[in-house]
Design a protein around this ligand. Structure first.
Ligand code: ZN
Length: 287
């Protein structure tokens, strides 16, 4: 069932588990994630970055693909279709296209402007029955040349944004996007605890879920994280499996060049990664 992410994350916060957001890039990604959610009776959030939306020929194409696939594959677990790190204009486009959830990333604006734009989107999302994620304190990544400790959000600013009527909040707690560098200092549980103290029932979001050790993930969930974003890990699993297939020369045996055969190992690798994460996050059986 295509729903917004508000209810599933409220339940996750109350039940001390987290729902995974898995970013999609194409049909194989989408099918692998939807089937794995159904097989494990888990709620799931399909994340779409602006770049991936463009790659998949626009948000309307994405909505059509996801809706059609859910019907044809009999997907009955709760699924949210969510814009990841949206600009203000990108958010408006996804509202129009039929997404059920959006993230407005206003973290690069001064806090006053982030607040003003977030307020506008709170109104628009309410009118459309959509859920809204906001971000405080930017979450770095390899592509930004950030090494070592990621940024930590100011808990008071988190409280200010949480009170605007958003549904869940992403806050930097030393997490970063992409692969973690060897000298990474780990998550700041002190910051997370301070944010959770001030924001109460608000589900918190952990971006950059790839490569965070399992014990840190579990501790973050115990401190109020109810949504964890996974993107790079599926990409690495897909690339590794595809590389192996080619290196073993399987594309040159029989009809091994058929895309349905060539992409199958990568598809299975995404499924295995998603299942592993759902087990770690505790969302299995929670649909
Ligand atoms: Zn992110």
């Amino acid at each position: 069932m295509l729903v917004n992410a508000s209810e599933m994350l409220k339940k996750a916060k109350a039940g001390h588990y987290a729902v995974g957001q898995f970013n999609i890039n194409n049909l194989e990604w989408t099918k692998a994630i939807l089937l794995t959610a159904q097989e494990n009776n888990s709620p799931v959030i399909l994340g779409v970055s602006e770049g991936a939306g463009k790659y998949m020929a626009g948000y309307k194409t994405v909505v059509g693909m996801v809706k059609g696939m859910m019907e044809e594959l009999n997907i009955t677990v709760p699924v949210a279709l969510h814009l990841d790190h949206g600009s203000y204009d990108g958010c408006l486009k996804c509202v129009e296209a039929g997404f059920t959830s959006i993230m407005f990333d206003g973290s690069h604006y001064p806090i006053e402007e982030n607040v003003a734009k977030t307020k506008e989107l709170v109104k628009i999302c309410a009118e459309h029955g959509m859920s809204l994620e906001a971000e405080v304190g930017s979450i770095g990544g390899e592509e930004d040349g950030v090494v070592g400790m990621g940024e930590c959000a100011d808990p008071q600013e988190c409280k200010m944004v949480a009170d605007l009527g958003i549904d869940f909040l992403a806050a930097g707690i030393g997490n970063i996007h992409g692969k973690y560098p060897a000298n990474w200092q780990g998550l700041s549980f002190e910051t997370l605890d301070a944010i959770q103290q001030l924001t109460g029932d608000m589900p918190l979001v952990l971006h950059g879920g790839t490569g965070i050790p399992a014990d840190m993930i579990k501790k973050a969930i115990s401190l109020g994280v109810s949504k964890i974003n996974v993107n790079t890990e599926c990409q690495l699993a897909f690339a590794d499996a595809t590389r192996k297939y080619i290196e073993e020369g399987k594309d040159q045996q029989g009809k091994g060049y058929d895309p349905r055969k060539l992409l199958a190992p990568g598809f299975e690798a995404i499924k295995a990664t998603v299942k592993e994460k759902m087990e770690l996050f505790g969302s299995v059986g929670k649909a």
